[in-house]
Design a protein around this ligand. Sequence first.
Ligand SMILES: Nc1ncnc2c1ncn2[C@@H]1O[C@H](COP(=O)(O)OP(=O)(O)OP(=O)(O)O)[C@@H](O)[C@H]1O
Ligand SMILES: Nc1ncnc2c1ncn2[C@@H]1O[C@H](COP(=O)(O)OP(=O)(O)OP(=O)(O)O)[C@@H](O)[C@H]1O
Ligand SMILES: [Mg+2]
Ligand SMILES: [Mg+2]
Lengths: 223, 223
Amino acid sequence: LITAKALCKYYQMGDITVKALQNVDFSIYSGELIVILGPSGSGKSTLLNLVGGMDQATRGELYYKNTPLHNASPKQLTFFRRNNVGFVFQFYNLIPNLTAYENVCLSAEIAQNPLSPGEMLEKVGLAERTSHFPAQLSGGEQQRVALARAIVKNPEILLCDEPTGALDYQTSIQVLQLLKHFCEEYHKTVILITHNTPIAQIANRIFYIKDGQLSRITANEQP
Amino acid sequence: LITAKALCKYYQMGDITVKALQNVDFSIYSGELIVILGPSGSGKSTLLNLVGGMDQATRGELYYKNTPLHNASPKQLTFFRRNNVGFVFQFYNLIPNLTAYENVCLSAEIAQNPLSPGEMLEKVGLAERTSHFPAQLSGGEQQRVALARAIVKNPEILLCDEPTGALDYQTSIQVLQLLKHFCEEYHKTVILITHNTPIAQIANRIFYIKDGQLSRITANEQP
Ligand SMILES: Nc1ncnc2c1ncn2[C@@H]1O[C@H](COP(=O)(O)OP(=O)(O)OP(=O)(O)O)[C@@H](O)[C@H]1O
Ligand SMILES: Nc1ncnc2c1ncn2[C@@H]1O[C@H](COP(=O)(O)OP(=O)(O)OP(=O)(O)O)[C@@H](O)[C@H]1O
Ligand SMILES: [Mg+2]
Ligand SMILES: [Mg+2]
């Protein structure tokens, strides 16, 4: 479904070139749950942003179903993101002047085959917080609305950047089970960033990132 | 140093009253490292915001060195926050159009007895990112600048809301050791929110919060 060849992302900071990603090669297959694991600053968010068409590579190739993303126009990338990708960012997910329910509904409206907003909010345990605004929700509650908003679009690819970082163990398990269920039941591809190693157990394969490079890929026998 | 009696925070949402905190009683002593532990939505950030003078209680009493905070004027609260409290929020800590170094310097400028900005950035492992803007830093790097910015003020009380939520194990340990060192060496009071139980090991005492109430307090023999 997704192929990367010699993918690079460099930032020029005065005299210094920051190599956020260097020569990354991989393939991701439809229906897989991939975890990207690595330390702070290693390049995980940079990689996710490239795969999701949120950002473009400095060098190298990136394909979605054989369509090149690395040299796509901004218009083509916007089309790709809207129709094929659901995103849970590390921060800043929600529209501040819409309620939780309205945030999820807005996302459903721009989708081709959306799921039910009320049902998604119930699945993340927030049935009683639907009329709250983001500022009236706890950090973890905001992140759960963000997940409901991404999933309701029913996208082919779900990209999640540290979705459970601000959530306690119990809520994390609930959210991860929802992701796994979404991946298996609807045959979606889920790519999940975490620095929390036990979480990686739910993956089909784990991509280890260190200093901007893909150091190894391991497969989980029984995720 | 800090005393709370029957502290309550309620939010009116139409017909429903959300009891974010209910009848919380505790004392915190100078030089203690307190961890507030509890599930998502249990009231941890609400409690921290009250203690830090960022918010005011609906009912009950809150004292800092016998000075009441619960009925202080906005002006008095601003004075209290500026001179006595260093804060690391769960999100939105940094000024986006200042570099990491400038963010920490600004904080040092408004303080009475600041520490060295360059030194604090080095202590959080970001000596090579000082000229980066927040948008050019990873999630974990931003949080580390936020910590440097809070500590450089040399405040009596340091309040940290999930400071290591977005950080990997190694960086978390580095940051927590810095907090513990700051607490012991300068005899400061540190209050730290986490949902991550192993982190609570560094505390002198742990405040367990559940459904807006302080369910119990335990002491660590050997933190
Ligand atoms: N816009 C930018 N300009 C310059 N450097 C950047 C920019 N964005 C990221 N970087 C650098 O690239 C590196 C990788 O960043 P990235 O955000 O991908 O890390 P990460 O693995 O997601 O980290 P974290 O776990 O802390 O979120 C970091 O060291 C960061 O400083
Ligand atoms: N401004 C507000 N208006 C209405 N309800 C609020 C407001 N702020 C917080 N709440 C509610 O109060 C409860 C406690 O919120 P709080 O942010 O203190 O939780 P928390 O323990 O910090 O959670 P997390 O670990 O998810 O950050 C939550 O259920 C939240 O929905
Ligand atoms: Mg990141
Ligand atoms: Mg919170």
